[in-house]
Design a binder for this molecule. Structure first.
Ligand SMILES: NC(=O)c1ccc[n+]([C@@H]2O[C@H](COP(=O)([O-])OP(=O)(O)OC[C@H]3O[C@@H](n4cnc5c(N)ncnc54)[C@H](O)[C@@H]3O)[C@@H](O)[C@H]2O)c1
Ligand SMILES: O=C(O)CC[C@@H](O)C(=O)O
Length: 530
């Protein structure tokens, strides 16, 4: 008999599958503190949560029988994934079940902010008949900018067209073909900032999306824009938004999510007359809660019964014999994928992976998953992509994966090369794992290099001329940026060349701009590898 603990309010109908299963015994105990959970979790094989329970390492360490944590919803930011992976606990989620519900909530918020519904309601029930203060705007013929064209963003875009809106979409994975299929115009973030009358965000919160609309964007944003966030708090800079509304640049905003939840009582959104809020209700419909609970219950049963399952968001075990051959390359593969994603412009259409040397003789699929994970995690967020779902996510986004194998490997026992193809360019990063030294990047585009894939790396392309290295070093020195390692690669004397610098700390966009502006330099990019 497997014991399952449900620690958040989750639809009864959704978990009826578990309740009715003869090999499952289920306990519902909601609102427990961390210590209370620690005290009882040792009895359970599975934990089922929504977003309130914070599943910490302490709880997992006390869960000696815990095999699986099920999240009835998409975001797993309330679960310590690293700790789960470390302890071999499988974390599953239900990514599809609340898409439509959250999309509809986005529309409810967009219409409510366009027509001042909450403000008008409060006055009316307060006894005032005020028809002058609440003149709104139509959605028809307005430009809607959608940042993040995944599951929810795409559904929002489709419905916006029914309202007669002109939709601009931005997503690193949005190709012209897909934009055409959905019926949106593919745009840049800058286009959306300048042209949209309504902006709605549907990305995960990642280092790249944090404050993607902040002070700089509000300075140039279309006057009178209305902003909706039903994704994750922090994608829009909350304080900069309040300033932009007070300055008359932004007409209003509707937020379902906050940088810190619940927000503090004195949070400026809670008293602002032009900002409407809901308490993270995006997924709160009867239908969505049933859907996500059914999805996650089914998967939970499969895992407990040792059957195949989907939607695991952390790393599953790899067979021992495969592991021993491929393990030295897993970290390299993920880093090659991440490096390539960070230097490549435009939506990825194809990931071409070439395995050379002894690797050509083994089943490299687990390694392919690590490489694709590295590519996708840069845009989708590392909590959403793992070796179980990486290939599925790539397929969903029409990203083609091409594998080639050859026994010859240019002097290394094994070499792995990753080429990303986009509408704009094709970039290659190759590497190997050196006995006793670990992973090394051995080639970037056509240039041979020897780079340890670790920490902050500056990739500079330039013309091979005397004095360039000195100019770069001098500039970085004045910015207090210490160069730890340096590699220069060129094919011919006086031709195109690259410089790969390992630096001790992150480099701001401004410094990158200054480096790129040095004479004989083409551009400079920063790559971060953990
Ligand atoms: N309010 C709620 O209750 C609620 C409910 C469900 C989901 N969510 C949140 O909504 C968001 C979207 O969910 P989803 O199911 O559509 O996820 P999804 O993974 O299907 O889509 C997210 C999209 O964002 C894109 N993206 C990543 N970085 C980007 C960037 N810098 N600029 C533009 N796009 C970028 C990704 O390529 C991806 O296509 C998530 O943050 C999720 O946690 C909130
Ligand atoms: O209501 C919830 O459980 C949170 C929903 C949402 O933010 C999610 O990530 O699925």
């Amino acid at each position: 008999m497997f014991k399952v603990l449900v620690s958040d309010p989750i639809s009864d109908l959704g978990i009826s599958l578990l309740v009715e299963a003869s090999d499952i015994s289920i306990d519902k105990k909601t609102g427990l503190s961390e210590d209370e959970l620690v005290a009882i979790i040792g009895e359970y094989d599975a934990l089922l949560v929504r977003s309130q329970t914070r599943v910490t390492e302490k709880i997992m360490n006390a869960g000696s029988k815990l095999k699986v944590i099920g999240r009835a919803g998409v975001g797993v930011d309330n679960i310590d994934l690293e700790a789960a992976t470390k302890r071999g606990i499988i974390v599953i989620n239900a990514p599809d079940g609340n898409t439509i519900t959250t999309c509809e909530h986005t529309f409810a918020m967009m219409m409510a902010v366009a027509r001042h519904i909450p403000q008008a309601y409060l006055k009316t029930v307060g006894g005032e008949w005020d028809r002058k203060s609440f003149v709104g705007v139509e959605l028809r013929n307005k430009v809607l900018g959608v940042l993040g064209m995944g599951r929810i963003g795409s559904e929002v875009a489709a419905r916006a067209k029914a309202f007669g809106m002109n939709v601009l979409g931005y997503d690193p994975f949005l190709t012209e073909e897909r934009a055409e299929k959905i019926g949106v115009r593919k745009a840049s973030v800058e286009d959306i900032i300048r042209e949209a009358d309504f902006i709605t965000v549907h990305t995960p919160l990642t280092p790249e999306t944090r404050h993607m609309i902040g002070k700089d964007q509000f300075a140039v944003i279309k006057k009178g824009v209305r902003i909706v966030n039903c994704a994750r708090g922090g994608i829009i800079d909350e304080l900069a938004l309040v300033d932009a509304i007070d300055a008359g640049q932004v007409a209003g905003a509707a937020f379902d999510v906050f940088e810190s939840e619940p927000p503090a009582a004195d949070h400026p959104f809670l008293s602002h007359p032009k900002i409407i809020v809901t308490p993270h209700l995006g997924a709160s419909t009867i239908e969505a809660q049933e859907n996500v609970a059914i999805d996650v219950s089914e998967q939970l049963l499969h895992i407990l019964r040792g059957e195949p399952f989907k939607n695991a968001v952390n790393m599953p075990p790899v067979a021992a014999e495969v592991l021993s051959k491929l393990e030295p390359y897993f970290s390299l593969g993920k880093k090659l994928g991440s490096f390539a994603a960070q230097i490549t412009e435009g939506p990825v259409k194809e990931i071409a992976i070439a395995y050379a040397g002894d690797l050509a003789e083994v089943d490299t699929q687990p390694l392919t998953r690590h490489i694709v994970e590295g590519v996708l995690a840069h845009h989708l967020g590392s909590d959403q992509v793992n070796i179980v779902n990486a290939l599925h996510l790539a397929k969903n986004r029409d990203v083609n994966i091409v594998i080639t194998k050859s026994h010859a490997s240019k002097g290394f026992t094994n070499q792995v090369s990753v080429t990303l193809r986009t509408d704009k360019e094709e970039r290659l990063v190759a590497g190997t794992s050196l006995n006793g030294f670990g992973p090394r990047i051995t080639q970037i585009d056509k240039f041979p290099v020897d780079v340890e894939p670790q920490g902050h790396i500056l990739l500079i392309s330039h013309h091979d001329k005397p004095g360039i290295i000195g100019r770069v070093g001098m500039l970085l020195g004045t910015k207090d940026i210490n160069i730890a390692t340096m590699q220069v690669g060129r094919k011919i004397v006086g031709g195109a060349a690259i410089m790969v610098l390992g630096v001790d700390k992150g480099v701001t966009k401004q410094v990158l701009g200054e480096v790129s502006a040095l004479p004989d330099l083409n551009n400079a990019k920063e790559i971060q590898l953990n």
